[in-house]
Write a protein that binds this ligand. Structure first.
Ligand SMILES: [Zn+2]
Length: 122
């Protein structure tokens, strides 16, 4: 798969579209995907009941990296007298909220990453 094709899969996923064909409407709600893409028919769970466990891992890693990154940036910006209490509460808030906000994106990204390594046959 060419680099441009990989980039296309990722950008479609980030925009909450079907990674394979780019159509909208693969999401029933903020957190629920359709079983299959209404346009290209791609099975969004790839036919595996535990398919999205990897998406949960990706979601956790992305959310925690975001929280740690925000903490480090705030620490560097406010150094030498960082507001420790605000940094603590802010980091905890990001660590709690980010997995919820990033959930659909990381779920679609997981599908895009999987399509890079295991392209759909039909
Ligand atoms: Zn599709």
């Amino acid at each position: 798969m060419a680099g441009r094709d990989r980039l296309r899969l990722v950008t479609r996923a980030v925009r909450r579209r079907c990674p394979r064909c780019g159509t909208r409407g693969v999401w029933l709600s903020f957190t629920r995907m359709r079983p299959a893409c209404p346009t290209c028919g791609l099975q969004l769970d790839r036919g595996e009941s535990d398919y999205f466990y990897g998406a949960y891992m990706l979601n956790f890693v992305a959310a925690e990296l975001l929280a740690i990154g925000a903490f480090v940036i705030a620490l560097v910006v406010t150094w030498p007298s960082p507001p420790w209490t605000a940094l603590t509460y802010g980091t905890v808030a990001i660590a709690v909220i980010a997995p919820i906000v990033l959930y659909p994106t990381t779920k679609a990204l997981w599908l895009a990453l999987d399509l890079m390594f295991r392209p759909a046959e039909s």
